[in-house]
Design a protein around this ligand. Sequence first.
Ligand code: ADQ
Length: 745
Amino acid sequence: MARRDRRASLAYHAGFVGSSSKRRGKSRPLLVISNRLPVTLQRGSSGLERRRSTGGLVSALEPVLAKQGGTWVGWPGMKLREGETLSKPDDPYQMRTVELTDNEVNRYYHGFSNRTLWPLFHCMAERARFDRRDWETYEEVNARFAQAAAEASQTNGLTWVHDYHLTRTPLHLRRLRPETRIGYFLHIPFPPYDLFRLLPWDRDILRGLLAADLIGFHVHTYARNFLDCVELLLGARVDRASGLVEHGDRTVQVGVFPLGIDFALYDSQARRAPPEPHMRSEKIVLGVDRLDYTKGIPERIRAFERLLELHPEHREKVILLQIAVPSRFQVAEYQELKREIDEIVGRVNGRFATATWSPIQYLYRSVSPERLAAFYRDADVALVTPLRDGMNLVAKEYVASQVDDPGVLVLSRMAGAAFTMREALLVNPLNLDGTAEALHTALTMEEPARRDRMVALRARERRYDIDAWLQGFLEAARDKHAKLEPATDSDFQAWLGRFLAGHHLALFLDYDGTLTPLRRHPNEANLSSGMRKAITACARRSDTGVAIVSGRALTDVTKITGLKDLIYVGNHGLEIEGPELEPFQHPDLEHYQYRLPDLTHALESMCVPGAWVEGKRGSLTFHYREADRTQHESLAREARAHIQDAGFQARDAHCAVEARPPVGWDKGHAVLHVLRTAYGPSWSETVRTIYVGDDETDEDAFRVLSGLGITFRVGSADAPTRASHQLPNVARVQALLEWIAKREE
Ligand code: ADQ
């Protein structure tokens, strides 16, 4: 089949990203980031020796990099000595190493990756360990991967981040390289919302991933789980039909790309492999796995034991050949699992063995590709029964190796592979009787029935092979057209309709960046006529009170807004006034007012062109937005030092540093003050509260209102926020206010 047709079919197969997979992208440099580099190292007599690692990811991506150039960033798996390098001059692509200390290997790799995310994402929450130090190290290491990628990054290529070890890397990379195209693929399941939210860093992980432009999963269920979490935990807008997420001011595409294997390779290896001496005259049921508790090896052996109990006619006629490759042996649970399997194998063999037959053969080792090909080809049944598995390549490799008398695949319905490999006998791995019966059916199936199933399985895997997966992902990642339609009245109705019904609304609006876009100079930030109309229409309703909350001085924000009958909160809450409201001024304001002139003088003396001081009552802001970008960091640092020396609190804002009296009073306190004085001590019973803001200082209001009101953060969603919802820009704030103004009474 022509390559083009094949991809069109994959698009249907892939669902969400279907319509976008239409053109073959030009060959651009590719930057791959994965936990491990594609080589395995050994220190031999002639120094560092490298071997290409095995595994689907490496065999898929390595040839692409070798052909079109690029870079692979990863951990080499061992400590390099001084002067040792991995790359050789004639390498077709670069390898950049991220080196890890022992502590980092322990906490980032064995810890957060494999003891927290791995079990939790496989829905085995009781095995997950939550340790703040593991998380912190994970975060540092993820940032280091991003740094290495940024240093290596080509100008216009795609950066493709892989797997659960690196969920925060897209965000760190986005900060370093805002314009880079980033793709991310998760190789393991994404858990349902109910489990995912057990993770204390749930929102951080989501934000880390959403910094990518395209996020790929093996199957729809994982993508749907992810979208649920994004919607429920970040309050982002989600379009399930097209897999789009509105993440602040960016749209992120979520896609389904079921991983395939190098079908032609497994097929040809199976045709060439010499017979395997281990294969005897009995029928063979084959299990091949990394030794991992997700793979369901003990349950599989018990199911085989059930077969021998329920169908004694198979005794002495069938063996289970279980091959397990050692994995993560440093983790205690994996050692425990190995002991458990040794014991079950011993027990079942002890129970059923005869003088000439032992029911289970167990090989605890990695086997060469040639031997594996022979095992796959000659096994009568592959018993692939993970308790949960992102995809499972063993099932696919078995099918590709069925070049002779066709065998039967018995496959766990908990593997991602089960979503497409329908012709397998699907089983629940925890239902031992059911698995034993499926095994009996497989062992007794007539040749024509086996062939019917295997022909269909092989056709699909041949068609949706590793190359189709790769092209599908790369094309979708390069498609820049995905954009979610802006939020409409029906979104606002869904978010706020029930919340507001029959209640008075107290509406708090930050000014700069929320009601007007940020301007070069605060004096230029005037309300548009549309926004002015929308605010006025809200305030005109008898069931709605509007307050403008700003870091500007009270007189300044009142003047620039220019609307009557609103409550105004200035100076980050230190000054408040409004109709029927006793004017408020924080008692310490006067004291700090006397201390301002010296600080103003100090800051003015460091002003370069493009920097200036905005004086307020009792506080001030040092702006540097218009100064040369290279000076920003040093200006901010120096300003912070002056502010602290003068006894004020320094807080970073958008290209500015604010000097605030250290009086423990912020926008959050001011909002509560307004609510209590305007509506009485029982305000939370009668009044609904909405707060809309765009910056760090609004987080204080989001915090006090969490659980009490609905809060919106405007603009980029990459920074952590406590807001319950997000809005991309000022235009959507206006749309929200227009809906509030016309909502049903
Ligand atoms: P894994 O959990 O490693 O991968 P799997 O997809 O089954 O699981 O791949 C295992 C690979 O190891 C196969 O290629 C297999 O041939 C090989 N292998 C297993 N035992 C072996 C042995 N004894 N000797 C030699 N080779 C052996 C993760 C996810 C999966 C997902 C893949 C790819 O957990 O769900 O399918 O990534 O995305």
